[in-house]
Design a protein around this ligand. Structure first.
Ligand SMILES: [Fe+2]
Ligand SMILES: [Fe+2]
Length: 208
């Protein structure tokens, strides 16, 4: 019975992923979401989060960006954001789309309301309302420390790699709710710093 329920859950998550996909081909959200799903999975395992909540929430958290015109997106987030109200738009549009998708796959209504609440405040709400919310918020930010996330962000924010590393280092103590996310971020950051040093080091083979 339990295996049957688990299988159903897996199939439902896959369905949610498929339904979310058409909304993720903007702002590099396909890459962002894929990486954040993996990070959320890792964090949920360590922190004992509820994957029935965490998975749909992280998959759907940024679907609302599809409704924000691409030329305006960079004004809505990042260190140079000038129109923070646009950021709220992506949360509110995301709530609408997520509700439709979750109802399409007949997701448990009680779980749906927790997922929707997480999506609704995933950027604008500066506190976490539950452990699941903390995990989603942390996975969302932790991606910035991944190799792909770091490369994408520094490029779109017009930063040098050193500036990007400085931004991540500065926020290390303020962005995360869980200790495990902070520890993972620190580990990734050390790795990014090492990679940059290796790139800068003169190559003895090329030098000859
Ligand atoms: Fe977001
Ligand atoms: Fe996000």
């Amino acid at each position: 019975m339990r295996a049957h329920v688990k299988k159903n859950m897996k199939a439902r998550i896959r369905e949610i992923l498929e339904l979310a996909e058409p909304f993720l081909n903007t702002r590099k959200n396909d890459i962002h979401t894929r990486i954040s799903i993996n990070l959320a999975f890792q964090l949920a395992r360590i922190e004992n989060g509820d994957l029935d909540i965490v998975f749909p929430a992280i998959i759907l958290h940024d679907v609302g960006w599809k409704k924000v015109p691409e030329e305006l997106q960079l004004k809505a987030f990042g260190p140079n954001a000038s129109s923070p109200e646009l950021n709220r738009t992506h949360e509110l549009e995301g709530v609408k789309i997520a509700k439709e998708i979750l109802s399409k796959v007949s997701y448990d209504p009680y779980k749906t309301s927790e997922i929707i609440e997480i999506i609704d405040g995933h950027d604008s709400r500066k506190t976490a309302i539950s452990l699941n919310d903390s995990i989603v918020k942390d996975a969302d930010k932790l991606w910035r420390y991944s190799k792909e996330g770091f490369f994408i962000d520094t490029k779109r924010f017009g930063e040098t790699p050193e500036e990007g590393l400085g931004r991540l280092r500065t926020n290390l103590d303020t962005w995360f709710f869980t200790n495990s996310a902070r520890a993972l971020a620190e580990k990734e950051l050390t790795q990014r710093e090492k990679e940059l040093k290796e790139e800068e080091r003169p190559n003895p083979i090329r030098g000859h």
